[in-house]
Ligand binder design. Structure first.
Ligand code: COA
Length: 182
């Protein structure tokens, strides 16, 4: 979905632009997915599972731009992608049409500057405009930094999925389920 660009001032004084993640940043997005997957254990993919071709990624981002129920938002700092966040409907059956799901990740060097909060606040506005009435997310139980951010943005813990993730080292990790009424 297309939406207006928004400029925010970061905690270090720099300017950040929140804008639709279009096909023009496809190459940057592939690098971003690979690097962020290696910088934290809290994302679903391992770096070797980021296998998008440039054409494939351009196609995906182009389709999302034209999809009125799917928002993909890039945070741009000094002309470069600092992070990405998205909301999408969880399914097209009528009983679940009211729910969307949130995902977000920033390069580590851009953590704790206020980007995450600004992106989620903007996504909440856009989700309401689209007509969703509930935003859901899952977060690894040990990812307390993200949980602190989600709570500040009004999310409430509603459950826990036992052993949702099995890491390559064999360790098992629960997921916390959170939601926010819109
Ligand atoms: C989780 C993530 C998106 C947070 O974004 P961010 O831009 O760093 O967060 P913000 O700077 O907007 O911080 C918002 C709040 O989060 C909390 N927070 C931020 N950094 C924190 C830290 N290092 N430790 C604890 N809480 C922290 C604070 O409560 C902060 O509130 P404040 O604005 O009143 O100070 C980012 O750290 C990230 O990309 N992490 C790796 C990927 C990930 O975990 N994604 C979520 C998967 S579910």
């Amino acid at each position: 979905m297309r939406f207006p660009e928004r400029e925010i001032t970061l905690k270090d004084g720099r300017t950040c632009v929140l804008k639709p993640t279009g096909p023009e940043v496809a190459a940057e997005m592939i690098v971003y997915m690979k690097i962020t997957a290696g910088e934290t254990e809290w994302l679903l993919r391992y770096p070797d599972e980021v296998n998008f071709t440039l054409e494939g990624e351009q196609d995906i981002l182009g389709k999302i731009l034209d999809d009125p129920g799917h928002v993909m938002m890039a945070a741009i700092v000094d002309g470069k992608v600092a992070g990405n966040a998205s909301i999408s409907g969880i399914g097209n059956k009528r009983k679940i049409l009211h729910r969307c799901s949130l995902a977000i990740a920033l390069y580590r060097e851009y953590w704790s500057l206020g980007i995450g909060r600004a992106m989620i606040e903007y996504l909440i506005e856009l989700a309401k405009e689209i007509g969703f009435s509930q935003m859901d997310l899952e977060v690894v139980a040990e990812n307390t930094q993200a949980q602190a951010l989600y709570r500040k943005c009004g999310f409430i813990e509603t459950g826990r999925r036992h052993n949702a993730l099995k890491f390559d080292d064999g360790s098992m990790h629960d997921e916390i389920l959170m939601y926010r009424d819109l």
